[in-house]
Design a protein around this ligand. Sequence first.
Ligand code: HEC
Ligand code: HEC
Length: 282
Amino acid sequence: MDFSRRAMLGAMGGLAVGGSIAAMSGNVIAAPAAPEMTGGKDGLFDQQYGLFGWKAHKIDDVAGAMDVAYKGYWYKGLGCGYGAFYAIVNDMAKKYGAPYNTFPYSIMEMFKGGFGDWGTICGALAGAGAAFSLFYGRNESKPMVNELFRWYEKTAFPIYNPGEAAQGFKGDLPTSVSNSVLCHISVSRWSYETKIAANSKQRSERCGRITADVVKKAIEILNAKIDAGKDWKGALGKQESVTQCGACHSKGKMADNVKGNMDCTPCHSGSDHVQNKFVNHP
Ligand code: HEC
Ligand code: HEC
């Protein structure tokens, strides 16, 4: 991986490689050539620049990136995952060109509506998380995702307001806290609490604004990570329920049958919302 990063720096800057420490710290150096392919035996798992081989650069213009995220959400209807990913990676593409500008960004459309409209993971989170994964393998990207997702579960959305530039609905929108990273719960809880239809322009507008909100947080995390390096840790701990239920339901415990870090409460608290709706229901 060291080597691939060096090759990439060379390819990007057209400059020669000096010591590996200098190359790792991002100092510019020469050497060039086609991006290195790294992979396993027999040419399997070859990948240009190597695994997680793109270099992350700090993003200074947070307001600009939020604006792009919001516009990206609306651009040809490509949606939240596209808007979030594009806003982050395009900032680097604008400054550094390749490889950032070679990414087929539109692949991120699939995250729209919680992946192909299935209401699973919030696409804005998925887009931002995918951007983290361009640069860092799981040991380093997971703490970043943890921080982003925990913040999302507890935040009242939407925050961002594009003002006159609004493309779906102008003006303030009511907010709600989802306690969940799932598109379905995030959207339905908001719709239920605000009485605004899930399939309305206002709801689309809400998700466009959330795309900008998620990008803002993701950039904060990415910038802090770049500053702190390998040992960066987030500030937010596990949600209370995950710790509490995990005392018995996590790895190696008496009932080791649960994976994941989602807040358990929306689904397992026995609230009105998760009672049986197949009987005695309008
Ligand atoms: C003190 C240990 C302990 C804690 C804490 C705990 N559980 Fe359990 N839980 C168990 C055991 C033991 C079972 C039975 C496992 C089996 O049948 O294989 C179980 C079963 C379950 C089941 C399936 C059966 C059922 O009764 O529905 C669910 C769902 C569940 N727990 C959810 C939770 C959630 C959510 C929390 C946190 C609010 C939690 N548990 C906290 C020990 C615990
Ligand atoms: C998005 C909703 C959701 C969240 C969040 C969630 N669960 Fe579940 N969980 C489910 C559903 C649905 C099932 C399957 C229930 C069934 O079998 O009918 C399930 C199954 C389980 C089971 C297996 C036993 C059973 O009843 O089927 C356990 C244990 C469990 N969950 C614990 C947890 C714990 C602990 C957390 C938090 C770390 C958690 N769950 C988070 C929805 C959720």
